[in-house]
Design a protein around this ligand. Sequence first.
Ligand code: UD1
Ligand code: MG
Length: 463
Amino acid sequence: MSKLVTVILAAGQSTRMKSKRSKVLHNLAGQPVISYVVDIAKKGVKSEKVIVVVGPKQDDLRKYLKENHIAEAIQKQPLGTGNAVQASENKLKGFDGYVLVLCGDVPLLQAEVVSSFIKRVKSKNFTLGVLTMTPSDAGNYGRIVRDLDGEVIKIVEARDASEEELKIREVNSGILCFDAKWLFKSLKKLSNKNVKGEYYITDLVGIALKEGASVVAFNGEPAHDLLGINTRIDLARAYEIMRERINKKHMLGGVGLLDYRHINIDANVKIGADTSIMPYSFIRGDTRIGKDCIIENGVVIENAVIGDGVHIKAHSVIEDSKIADGAIVGPFSRVRPDSKVGKGARVGNFVELKKCDLKDGAKANHLSYLGDASIGSGVNIGCGTITCNYDGVSKYRTVIGDNVFVGSDTQFVAPVRIGKCATIGAGSTITKDVPADALALSRSDQKIIKNWSKKRKKKKSCS
Ligand code: UD1
Ligand code: MG
């Protein structure tokens, strides 16, 4: 079997996106658009080399490629797709095999479609293969012109097409496969005498046929998989398709997503069977959710690890944190980064955790801020408790031992440590460490002034 390398084109100016960011770095279900194309090249069709063609000033894209160990080739000026492929020649010196050309802006591509395309090109040693599609609207795609026998004659770009040619519905997906030696020899023959003044890779079809080289055009339906992203509308359409794909995969794996059109799950998220997710939830990044969980509506979870049998109630936000088996969080809870909620622990409404380790079975059910804190197992945090962790300069920790009872409206002025089984009286401001089993109270004694209301009534009516 001949060898395969992939060249991904991404050096275009992306003017239609109207963005300062490279269009292939725009987010699609938690990943940059180009990452899906790179995955197809690396994992899907197992290319022995993957080269992305970029412009010299695309700093953001070049940084992304470097960080992800993806090779780049620089196209000095965006002179067209043919010129872009030529920019990869240096990196492929002496390579003998097939070059697959993909566009960095076609992220919905499926590995099976590309694999069977390559197989077909290789099977008869075609010099050039083009993957075509027949969308309902041929828009600005390059038209595939065939003769009366159905054999492809050329590709004509929409801008250069005659009225008759514009009526053709079969178009170029932008995915091509070439015999490497022929490709790099023939790229030099491209001309830029067209409306855009660019060197089109698509002109190689006509050139090959003139030379008597073999060309195949393979129709790779469904067309929406080959959707090219040029505008933000295209990106939104691609997201709709991607969301449906992701959600159907989870449903087939046993996850309940009854209203799946309104549930947003990033591509890398993993979810166990018999977990149910309700609408208007966003599950992002590298989140892992166990089995038998309930995620209610309006929940946002990002880069979190959620155990089994966890119940996240409506409108809670959880980031970069761990929630252990059987815990209950929400409604309206906020779990900020580096927090842990232990097994069977409970975090209730309007409770905010930050760098907080709430151990097994602990409860903070109402209206509290627990930041930079370690809270022992079985602790009960009363309503309105605050860890005062910041003195305007530095942050300090509050450490609460197992089975402590914290009365409502308590402030812990950190750094402070509370021994196990201690009790903190409601309304206390705790500034000193409390030994185990002690009762700590810091509120002032209650005064009783008898008949105070009656006396007041005489001065001012108070019905
Ligand atoms: C291209 C094809 C068209 C096809 C369509 C499919 C050509 C001439 N046209 O048109 O037949 O139907 O894709 O989506 O090939 N690029 C560079 N350097 C350049 C120009 C472009 O790297 O100088 C890259 C772009 O970043 C993009 C890809 O090549 O990833 C395609 O370029 P784009 O401008 O999007 O071409 P289309 O007009 O979509
Ligand atoms: Mg395009």
